[in-house]
Design a protein around this ligand. Structure first.
Ligand code: NAP
Length: 284
């Protein structure tokens, strides 16, 4: 059996068209990104985000700071953007240079503008099952699963990876969708014995081939988040041969990646709604 590929690219295009319409209705929406240093992968992500934002009519501000920027200087920049009325959504591209405390910077973000959903208030709301801003990648994964009518209620879902940006938040969303969720990580013993139990397998590790053909059960839905740059371009975490066993499978590229960008734009619009009082924000 060959898996059906989950077309994130096509779905993301449709979502972006919807967002363009929403932006027209709302008027000006401002999104600021802050990149510290010159990490080439981060530079590519920021460019993609800005191009997509421009295409849907979002005013995107691309703030670049040198790798020598101090933590206090970055906090000052965040404070300025928090106070800037033209900015609805705000994200600080991670990872930050080692001399900057990421947690402190994230706590400094205005939660209402925190489109990555990393501020403790937004993360707490997600944990409580009352999500506000949730990261774009986990939202993109859920939207793809919905699009392909993947049953989650009571399903055995295995998430490999427990990062704050992907593994943890998507696990919580899946839990709230009534899946039975198992979270795996680098200390998990005998990973294949766990992944083989999955009706739905979500892999966010950052290592090509961490899940192979023999590690999934026949007909499973396999969502590959990995983006690993190698000689052959970008490859996922899952061996593409998994498509021989899986029922549904996300290609890399063209699966979760485009969905992430589309959902970030959606979060910027959501931030605009929070800020205009069109949606209630806790404590806002
Ligand atoms: P991360 O912060 O490095 O987290 C990786 C996770 O994988 C950690 O929880 C780690 O466990 C776990 N892990 C490492 N080696 C493992 C192994 N051999 N077996 C099982 N688990 C293992 O990475 P991330 O930010 O979540 O990103 C993961 C991948 O997704 C990367 O390739 C990244 O580029 C990609 N990504 C793609 C998108 C997109 O839009 N498509 C968005 C974000 C990220 P410990 O916690 O024990 O260390």
């Amino acid at each position: 059996m060959a898996a059906t590929l989950m077309d994130g690219k096509g779905l993301a295009e449709r979502i972006r068209a919807e967002i363009a319409e929403e932006v027209r209705e709302l008027g000006e929406i401002g999104l600021a990104t802050v990149l510290v240093g010159d990490d080439p992968a981060s530079d590519i992500y920021i460019r993609l985000k800005h191009r997509a934002a421009g295409e849907v009519g979002i005013n995107a501000r691309d703030i670049r700071l040198s790798s020598q920027t101090t933590e206090d200087e970055l906090l000052e920049q965040v404070e300025q953007l928090n106070a800037d009325d033209a900015i609805d959504g705000l994200l600080v591209q991670l990872p930050l240079p080692d001399h900057i405390d990421e947690a402190r910077v994230i706590r400094a973000l205005d939660p209402m503008k925190d489109v990555d959903g990393l501020h403790p208030l937004n993360f707490g709301q997600l944990t409580l099952g009352r999500p506000t801003h949730v990261g774009a990648t986990p939202m993109g994964i859920m939207r793809l699963l919905e699009e392909y009518d993947v049953p989650l209620e009571g399903a055995r879902v295995v998430v490999v990876g427990r990062s704050d940006i992907v593994g943890k938040p998507v696990s919580l969303l899946l839990l709230h969708a009534n899946a039975t969720v198992t979270i795996c990580h680098s200390r998990t013993r005998d990973l294949p014995s766990v992944t083989r139990e999955a009706d739905v397998l979500v892999v966010a590790v950052g290592q090509a081939g961490v899940v192979g053909r023999e590690d999934v059960c026949e007909g499973a839905t396999v969502v590959d988040i990995g983006m690993n740059r190698g000689e052959d371009g970008v490859v996922g975490d899952v061996d593409p041969a998994v498509a021989e066993a899986a029922g549904l499978f996300t290609p890399v590229p063209g699966g979760v990646g485009p969905m992430t960008i589309a959902m970030l734009l959606r979060s910027a619009v959501r931030a605009g709604r929070y800020r205009r009082g069109l949606l209630a924000f806790p404590g806002g």
